[in-house]
Design a protein around this ligand. Structure first.
Ligand SMILES: NC(=O)c1ccc[n+]([C@@H]2O[C@H](COP(=O)([O-])OP(=O)(O)OC[C@H]3O[C@@H](n4cnc5c(N)ncnc54)[C@H](O)[C@@H]3O)[C@@H](O)[C@H]2O)c1
Ligand SMILES: O=C(O)C(=O)C[C@]1(C(=O)O)C=C[C@@H](O)C=C1
Length: 379
């Protein structure tokens, strides 16, 4: 088996060359995005979902064909985490030659449940995996062909997983454009507790504070609150399952944050009085922000590359058809690669603010080109 950690290389690819048919079970956001990505690579994708509407919608959006009972080479189970294990077990039983993978956000508990359901010997063809890509929206309608492009896709082999089965899933994940990382399931769960599950809890807590805020205060919302709360729009049912499935790893992370939050409150309390005593409270607050800077600087860039600091320019665009296309054409004509893009809608104004991120070396040229084309450009 290939439980070695590390990034897949192109030399290792090719393991899925013999794969012609992939069955996707659960045709929501992730299942349909897999279907779109693999269909685009010439693979025959068969779609199955207990909801006939979800299944038909995925088909209509181009994610594949409705499953007709044809034997698949590979099955991706993209069902909710609380049913992933029994669905994997069913698929292993139904297709005795297929490699069966799941894509659920937690890995160890699902693998343990599958082992209990089918027995260790049948785990040879099972490979746990988790694309670190997603959206705060659910269902096929939110699926995207390039959802996995440049994102990490974690493959978590079990001790029983056959090397060939692991290689097939690594290879298919790579064919969606993802950067494949292989690691044990328990390490995956500890990692996502910090990099995925904590952010969801934090975003939901911050956004929940806005429920009672008067309209006049909400109207002041700028990019800060939007950045911190985007994922607060996520599906409560899915996230209850994810947090329950990884509770043992998430609880200590939340406890550490809670302890640090209590210390921050004490420092801020000390500073709230008219003439704060010199007791180190300012230092504690400064450390909080500085530590955050250090953590933020460690977040990898595209394709898992070293953290990249991009330069940004902000361009107001009119809220009218074709404005976006014109802006992109002007950037493209200048041969400048956009590294990232964000859009803010001005409150009460018929303009949007587009933030373009580029490598620092080309930002001056971008500014010149856009000004020359008549755009007004802000830092
Ligand atoms: N949403 C994300 O950002 C994200 C990212 C990576 C991985 N995941 C994982 O992918 C899986 C699917 O999440 P999603 O966001 O696509 O959810 P979704 O709600 O968009 O889709 C889930 C689909 O599964 C179907 N389903 C329900 N019960 C089923 C069953 N018993 N058998 C087969 N299908 C069933 C539903 O009808 C629905 O179409 C989850 O396990 C989730 O943890 C989600
Ligand atoms: O971008 C988002 O909407 C996500 O939150 C995606 C995200 C994450 O990055 O934490 C959330 C949960 C999934 O298991 C994988 C990816």
């Amino acid at each position: 088996m290939s439980a070695d950690r590390g990034e897949d290389t192109s030399e290792e690819r090719g393991a899925s060359k013999g794969v012609t048919t992939v069955r996707v079970v659960g045709t929501g956001l992730i299942g349909s995005s897999i279907g779109l990505a693999l269909s685009g690579k010439g693979i025959r994708v068969l779609l199955s979902d207990p909801s006939p509407t979800a299944q038909a919608l995925a088909r209509d959006l181009g994610a594949g064909a409705i499953d007709d009972g044809e034997e698949p080479d590979v099955v991706f189970v993209a069902a909710p985490p609380d049913v992933a294990a029994p669905v994997v077990a069913d698929e292993l039983g139904r297709w005795p030659r297929a490699v069966v993978a799941d894509v659920a956000s937690v890995k160890q508990r699902i693998a343990d449940d599958v082992r209990e359901l089918v027995g260790s010997e049948h785990l040879r063809r099972y490979v746990g995996s988790h694309p670190m890509a997603g959206r705060e929206r659910s269902g096929a309608v939110a699926a995207q062909v390039d959802l996995f492009e440049g994102r990490t896709w974690v493959v978590c082999p079990q001790p029983e997983s056959e090397a060939g089965a692991v290689a097939v899933i690594q290879d298919l994940a790579a064919r969606t454009g993802a950067a494949v990382v292989t690691m044990p399931a328990d390490e995956h769960d500890a990692a996502v507790a910090v990099v995925s599950h904590l952010p969801q809890v934090a975003a939901s807590l911050v956004a929940a504070q806005l429920r009672e805020v008067p309209d006049d205060a909400i109207a002041l919302a700028g990019p800060g609150i939007r950045d911190v709360t985007r994922i607060a729009a996520s599906d409560p049912m899915l996230w209850t399952q994810i947090l329950a499935g990884n509770a043992a790893a998430v609880a200590p992370v939340l406890r550490r944050v809670a302890d640090q939050l209590v210390a921050v409150v004490e420092s801020i309390d000390a500073l709230a009085v008219a003439d704060p005593p010199a007791g180190g409270s300012r230092g504690a607050v400064a450390h909080l922000i500085a530590d955050g800077q250090l953590g933020h600087a460690r977040i990898p860039g595209k394709h898992g590359a070293a953290p990249a600091t991009y330069a940004t320019v902000i361009v107001p665009i009119p809220d009218e058809p074709g404005a976006f296309a014109r802006l992109f054409n002007d950037v493209g004509d200048a041969g400048i690669n956009l590294e990232d893009l964000r859009m803010e809608h001005g409150v009460g104004a018929p303009v949007g603010l587009v933030e373009l991120s580029v490598l620092p070396g080309v930002v001056d040229r971008l500014r010149d080109v856009l000004e020359h084309k008549g755009w007004s450009v802000h830092e």
